[in-house]
Write a protein that binds this ligand. Sequence first.
Ligand code: NAD
Ligand code: ZN
Ligand code: ZN
Length: 346
Amino acid sequence: MKALRLKNWGREPELTEVDRPVPGAGEVLVRVEAAGLCHSDIHVLDAAPGTLPYRLPFTLGHEIAGHVAALGPGAHGGPAPGERVVVHGPWGCGTCTRCAAGQDNYCDRRGSLDWHGAGLGRDGGMAEYVLVPTARHLVPIGDLPADQAAPLSDAGLTSYHAVSGVRNALGAGTTAVVIGVGGLGHLAVQILRATTPSRVLAVDIRPEALALADRSGAHLSIPMDSDTAAALRKATGGVGVDAVLDFAGAQPTLELATQVLRPGGELAIVGSGGGQLTVRKPGFLPPGVRLSLPFWGTRQELVEVIALARAGAVHVETEQLPLRSAPEAMDRLRRGLIRGRAVLVM
Ligand code: NAD
Ligand code: ZN
Ligand code: ZN
């Protein structure tokens, strides 16, 4: 079968022919229908050797939807052959209390594993088939189109998890800001609209991302420039915002967050843009601010995101491409030319 493999750090991945995996005890073979392309894939490709624990080579692709092709011995109790599924991509040790509760994203043994999940150190879904270590990593999707389901497993799930973490601060009359309206951010806007009464403001450097924010239901979209903090403050009548969800995580966006948060507000840093904040008392952060560094999401949250999408409350704006166009799509994602999510369809 064909698979997009990362073979050397600092080099582009290669579309190569590899053997189709055969499921062993407890494993499930999934025929991939679609695999989303995430900005984290670009961070992986650009990582200096030694900064990530992954062993090479492996197949990329951590947003995966498809159908069950074959069950290994004893892999019963989950989806049956032919059933359409999405893969819960954070794969932990499988035995700690977090993993046992479907919270593999916060596996207690993360520091000793040489992978973070499907397509992140383990063979992922940018291939015709993917071997899933256990049926508990699969969530049924019914007739949800694969190009929708795949991005929901990370872009959707991570956004949902980040919103869940700040939901307590987002009651009636509150304001939330989404910074970075790309693959994750445009879903965060929709999830905030669907699951909170909050007013949703969106910020991005790209005009087409602000247009996407408008289509996604943002109440107001503001370009990222030297006036953004003033514009956000004005939009809240000078009070400041209750929560900032930062999907860029760059130095200017973290600084913007500290300038616009209301005392007691919430800052969720989702993007891996490498920005740094100094936490100090007394310091520059407003009093009472709570900080979170959400990573991906739980299996139960994935079930909830899929349900939201099936109910029509969340729609992923996708650009669909064949697997062979992955290198070109990665190049366009790196240069900020993808609108919504690029999804490889097999
Ligand atoms: P994307 O490229 O689709 O979207 C990023 C958006 O941020 C773009 O619209 C871009 O224009 C905007 N942006 C970039 N710099 C900006 C700035 N300085 N000010 C305002 N807007 C800016 O990327 P994505 O796939 O949505 O991923 C977003 C980030 O989240 C990446 O860093 C990715 O690695 C990270 N990520 C984190 C998790 C997690 O679990 N924490 C999961 C998935 C992705
Ligand atoms: Zn991702
Ligand atoms: Zn674990």
